[in-house]
Write a protein that binds this ligand. Sequence first.
Ligand SMILES: *[C@@H]1O[C@H](CO)[C@@H](O)[C@H](O)[C@H]1NC(C)=O
Ligand SMILES: *[C@@H]1O[C@H](CO)[C@@H](O)[C@H](O)[C@H]1NC(C)=O
Ligand SMILES: *[C@@H]1O[C@H](CO)[C@@H](O)[C@H](O)[C@H]1NC(C)=O
Ligand SMILES: *[C@@H]1O[C@H](CO)[C@@H](O)[C@H](O)[C@H]1NC(C)=O
Ligand SMILES: *[C@@H]1O[C@H](CO)[C@@H](O)[C@H](O)[C@H]1NC(C)=O
Ligand SMILES: *[C@@H]1O[C@H](CO)[C@@H](O)[C@H](O)[C@H]1NC(C)=O
Ligand SMILES: [Fe+2]
Length: 437
Amino acid sequence: MTSLPPLLLLCVCVCAAAVPPVGTQPEQVHISYPGVSGSMLVTWSTANETESVVEFGVWGGQLFSRSAKGNSSVFINEGLERRSVFIHRVTLTDLRPGTAYVYHCGSGSGWSDVFSFTALNESVSFSPRFAVFGDMGNENPQSLSRLQKDTQMGMYDAILHIGDFAYDMDEDNGRIGDEFMKQIQSIAAYTPYMTCPGNHESAFNFSHYRGRFSMPGHTENLWYSWNVGPAHIISFSTEVYFYLEYGLDLLFRQYEWLRKDLEEANRPENRALRPWIITMAHRPMYCSDDDGDDCTRFQSYVRIGRSDTTPPAPGLEELFYQHGVDLELWAHEHTYERLWPVYGFKVFNGSSEEPYVNPKAPVHIITGSAGCREKHDGFIPKPRDWSAFRSTDYGYTRMRLINYTHLYLEQVSDDQYGKVIDQIMLVKEKHGPDAWL
Ligand SMILES: *[C@@H]1O[C@H](CO)[C@@H](O)[C@H](O)[C@H]1NC(C)=O
Ligand SMILES: *[C@@H]1O[C@H](CO)[C@@H](O)[C@H](O)[C@H]1NC(C)=O
Ligand SMILES: *[C@@H]1O[C@H](CO)[C@@H](O)[C@H](O)[C@H]1NC(C)=O
Ligand SMILES: *[C@@H]1O[C@H](CO)[C@@H](O)[C@H](O)[C@H]1NC(C)=O
Ligand SMILES: *[C@@H]1O[C@H](CO)[C@@H](O)[C@H](O)[C@H]1NC(C)=O
Ligand SMILES: *[C@@H]1O[C@H](CO)[C@@H](O)[C@H](O)[C@H]1NC(C)=O
Ligand SMILES: [Fe+2]
């Protein structure tokens, strides 16, 4: 047996330990609906600069028969290391609605695994199904395994993540963000993953949230709306009410945008086609948690605005009520809470036997219990009379927009092994502000 001279042996060891990861290999693959018929947007990351290509084809057809090109931009975490990654975006167009596609992304210097998705059915009579939750982190993501299996079983057409990701994406010089995006690839590479910002994204002026996701519109994902089936879904930032240091003008710009978007969605020809108007944003107007958050206060900023700014900042309850918003989805509280139809702290049931049949005010759902390192929140012992159901179990919400009149919601408990612990059918024969009369 010959042995290597000691010096050479040392060299071999050092070289082996110093082999860096392949920086051109795609990772953190996720998709989103860009709000344009027949399209899907693929976003991913590489450590080094590469081309941005998606090769795809109809499921069961010839693999990778089509190819689309996009581009990448460098994303720098503004922390100590000023660590950078490249974020790639490619929009696939001319997709056949309701058709399953197979794809991979990357370039000649490295391809991702093979993933699949179904192009959204663009029909207004389509009945989309959603998973809805907020506040899911790298640590303790209680709901993730169940969401992975649900997604693999084809249970959802889109996922709505209502703010607070990773805890926090900027930590460890942005590595926590990378790990989070890798973790959700198991669901987000297969189902459009639609988002809004939460307080845990605030670092460096929400740069991770703005840089890593790819939502419709031109507001760096902060506020946007999209149509699916019989619904118009509006995503916005409650954080503009809290991080004034990033610009009070953002709050006013968003408010103006919301007002215009709601007016447009309420034009008779639009509301006739998409009668459901659903909002999603992070911090709720109402909640019965015991943590002193905005929603625990009668004078909630999100609900009634702020009077300590110049000029005073308008709240959103009045705006949403005036425009006949049907359903408001929130998170931030690490609990689940369903409210009776409520406006101005008063309950407006359809009737006391059937409160959700033709309700006379918007319905609120708070679903922030997907699981994160901050664990659960608690409730005050005696809820107000607008609180209909509450649970501190980890879990998430399933939503199905059945048709113009029926919308189904259920809450899945992870603590109780996937048991459905709450369900309602929201029925509206009339939509819009006239429905309140
Ligand atoms: C890849 O990126 C790393 C980290 O930014 C850098 O150190 C390395 O020089 C890059 N390699 C190439 C070939 O560009
Ligand atoms: C990437 O492409 C988009 C859409 O074509 C374009 O708006 C954007 O400016 C491009 N970005 C870069 C960094 O080239
Ligand atoms: C879209 O959904 C509608 C309503 O369910 C259905 O009739 C239609 O066949 C679907 N279209 C496609 C392309 O799957
Ligand atoms: C924060 O980011 C938003 C969105 O890009 C921008 O409009 C705003 O000016 C930024 N604020 C500061 C203080 O840089
Ligand atoms: C609303 O309906 C629920 C369920 O029937 C009932 O418990 C509650 O008291 C009603 N609230 C009002 C104000 O009518
Ligand atoms: C809407 O869905 C509900 C629940 O499945 C059903 O009872 C109702 O008949 C449907 N309405 C129409 C117009 O199809
Ligand atoms: Fe939060």
